[in-house]
Design a protein around this ligand. Structure first.
Ligand SMILES: Nc1ncnc2c1ncn2[C@@H]1O[C@H](COP(=O)(O)OP(=O)(O)OP(=O)(O)O)[C@@H](O)[C@H]1O
Length: 669
């Protein structure tokens, strides 16, 4: 282990302040408030509050222990019918095989292993986020994973889940507002975000957008640091990271690992998986756990790895070898004697695989014989942190489940959502589409008259279908797109689902309602519908109500299926059914299938639109010199216009039902 004063971190980190219950920490020379470079121009009384940085506040050290973790999954064979699932029995696959370990505050543990050896599964299990059946125990100061522990744990996933259109500063500020406790003022939270920006060396890019996909933004290393920063904001006592250096150049990777080491030195327990560390990175780890096909082959001090493998008969081929390369070769069953991967195929692939498997089995047995008994003893030992005093305190904290109030969560999520989606809500393309369709419709139905009742009724039917299709298709993408962010933030216990759900749906409303308003206003008057302000207003309200119901259907489909493609296919079928069964195209639908219209929101909307457009005493020219009542017109007669309250009630029921369905589906995530 390197002494703390040898820290070569290029990202100066403010270590946790030492209190009675914390372990002693080293003060980082770079962490003085004067070092913080402000991202924003306005210079306020930052200096003073920086000193009360959350990172300086009480840090309760966590001893992480995991014993005999075994994780088995049922694998799909891929054969069988798509609709009815595989016909073949599912086979069990062992992903983790009795993995144990202990990490103490101040330590940085690296999990090494070849691709597919179970590192991600293990770190996800330790972060309390692994779905499925995990056997064995994971304890945090002797306790299971509680909601209070959730808030003291930071978990950085391999893929950075960030909003691409927000800037670095915005991303961290919104996270600070959501994650930091309500005891801190808004200003203090924002200053905390600025501190983290400076601490992680992100000042230069703090006003750049994150980017991703086709949007050019900050670099991969900066993005990773933003992800780490989001977790650092809450000053976690336990920080877990999955491959924080993957895809980064060696300098950036070294900086990130140095940052992690600084965080550990600040009294935190830090666990990271890492794929192929250079020897420079390797030296920064305190402990390593090496996995081979889900089983441990080494667990202990990083500096003793060569000595251990040497003691059981595995020496590197050359004296200058990166310990990480050496153990990764061993975890793959490759020894310096055989160097199978360099060998010309002599005895065939099968022999080679057998030899590798026997090396792996030998290493697993040696681990069980030599290292596991000592580790087991250490894991079962009781540490001061495991005492009941801590437990009762944790209990009292866990009663206060959420860091901020419902309103705070709602308002931050609403603002963040509006900011992130402002580009798509007010997209010129969308406005162009609605404007052009409305103008075209207005021209096609130009000043239609009651005498041409079929045309007018057709326009009303078009209102109900177009404003059913569009909001429905827009809404189906909402939750499948938001899923990774929702899972990430909800599993960190940041906010309630209700505050997210309402903020998300309310945030979309302005644009969802403005566009149909523009459309109806243009088309109604150009199309020559009843020139009455009251009828126009009621028509507009019906269309807007229809939009809300259609949006609810889209949200529910997206939330239930969590797959935009599947949801889009089902929506197309649904809307086609509504289109045909709506009562405009087919007047005499056979009785056995006529019920379809009752499940169609477009049908109720259409009925209401026709109902408000025509009065029962209104007549139209049904032949030369002949006047008939509009209610006798076949298309209207078959609609059976009656008490419109029932149609409004049916729409209200659908509005509530689909939104509740979407909410319930999201709860299952
Ligand atoms: N839900 C799952 N369904 C199918 N296979 C799974 C699932 N979860 C894990 N696995 C398998 O378990 C093994 C371990 O996966 P894991 O992601 O933990 O490995 P890893 O060591 O982190 O790999 P890498 O370094 O490539 O990320 C892999 O072979 C993976 O395919």
């Amino acid at each position: 282990m390197m002494p703390p004063n040898e820290q070569e971190s290029s990202f100066p980190i403010i270590p946790g302040e030492s209190r009675n219950e914390t372990i002693p920490v080293q003060e980082n020379p770079f962490s003085s408030p004067s070092h913080v470079i402000p991202c924003l121009d306005d210079e306020g009384p930052r200096h003073q509050s920086r000193q009360s940085s959350v990172l300086r506040q009480s840090l309760r050290p966590i001893i992480l222990k995991f014993e005999e973790l075994t994780y088995i999954i049922k694998t799909q064979t891929g054969k069988g019918s798509y609709w009815f699932g595989s016909q073949e029995p599912k086979s069990n696959r062992l992903i983790l095989n009795g993995v144990s370990g202990i990490v103490k505050p101040g330590e940085l543990l690296a999990m090494l292993g070849p691709s597919g050896s179970g590192k991600t599964t293990l770190v996800t299990a330790l972060a309390g986020r692994l779905q499925g059946k995990l056997s064995g125990t994971v304890s945090y100061n002797g306790e299971p994973f509680t909601s209070s522990m959730k808030r003291r744990t930071g978990f950085v996933t391999q893929d950075d889940v960030l909003y691409p259109h927000l800037t670095v500063m915005e991303t961290l500020t919104y996270t600070a507002l959501l994650r930091l406790p309500k005891e801190l003022t808004r200003k203090e939270k924002m200053e905390q975000a600025e501190t983290v920006v400076a601490d992680l060396g992100l000042t230069r890019c703090c006003n750049s957008v994150i980017g991703g996909g086709l949007i050019r933004g900050i670099s991969g290393g900066e993005r990773k640091r933003v992800s780490i920063g989001q977790e650092m904001l809450v000053n976690p006592s336990l920080l877990l990271l999955d491959e924080p250096t993957s895809g980064l150049d060696s300098t950036t990777a070294a900086r990130i690992v140095a940052t992690l080491r600084s965080l550990a030195r600040g009294g935190r327990t830090v666990v990271t998986t890492i794929h192929q560390p250079s020897s420079r990175l390797y030296r920064m780890f305190d402990k390593v756990l090496v996995l081979s096909e889900g089983s441990s082959i080494y667990s202990g001090d990083s500096g003793r790895v060569m000595e251990y493998f040497g003691s059981i008969g595995f020496q590197p081929g050359t004296s200058f070898v990166n310990p990480a390369d050496f153990v990764l070769d061993l975890a793959n069953g490759i020894t310096s004697d055989t160097k199978q991967y360099e060998q010309v195929e002599i005895s065939g692939k099968l022999d080679r695989l057998e030899e590798q498997n026997s090396v792996k089995n030998l290493l697993v047995s040696a681990y069980k014989k030599n290292l596991y008994p000592l580790l087991k003893e250490e894991v079962s030992r009781t540490f001061p942190q495991d005492q009941t005093a801590n437990r009762s305190r944790a209990k009292s904290i866990s009663t206060n489940r959420w860091p901020t109030s419902w309103w705070m969560q709602f308002s931050v999520l609403l603002t963040r959502g509006l900011k992130e989606r402002s580009h798509e809500s007010f997209s010129g393309l969308k406005i162009f589409m609605v404007m052009s369709v409305s103008l075209l419709s207005g021209l096609l139905w130009w000043h239609s008259r009651v005498a041409h009742i079929q045309d007018q009724v057709g326009l009303l039917f078009f209102f109900s279908i177009f404003w059913g299709f569009l909001p429905l298709f827009n809404a189906i993408f909402t939750f499948p797109q938001e899923r990774p962010m929702l899972i990430k933030e909800r599993s960190s216990g940041i906010y309630r689902l209700s505050s997210y759900y309402i903020a998300r749906t309310v945030g979309d409303l302005p644009m969802e309602l403005i566009l149909p308003t523009i459309f109806v206003t243009i088309t109604y008057w150009m199309g020559g519908l009843k020139p009455s302000l009251t009828t126009f207003s009621v028509t507009l309200m019906i269309v807007l109500y229809n939009v809300l119901v259609a949006q609810g259907v889209g949200l529910a489909l997206g939330a239930i299926l969590m797959d935009a493609k599947k949801a889009a296919t089902i929506s197309s079928v649904l809307m086609l059914v509504f289109l045909l069964a709506g009562g405009y195209y087919i007047q005499h639908i056979p009785g056995f299938i006529a019920w379809l219209k009752y499940i169609s929101f477009s049908h109720y909307c259409y009925k209401l639109l026709v109902g408000v457009q025509y009065t029962w005493d209104e007549v139209y020219e049904c032949g030369p010199g002949l006047h008939c009542s509009v209610t006798d017109y076949e298309g209207i007669k078959n609609l059976r216009l009656g008490n419109m309250v029932w149609d409004v009630l049916a729409l209200t029921l659908m509005l509530l039902l689909y939104r509740v369905l979407a909410y319930v589906a999201l709860r299952q995530l």
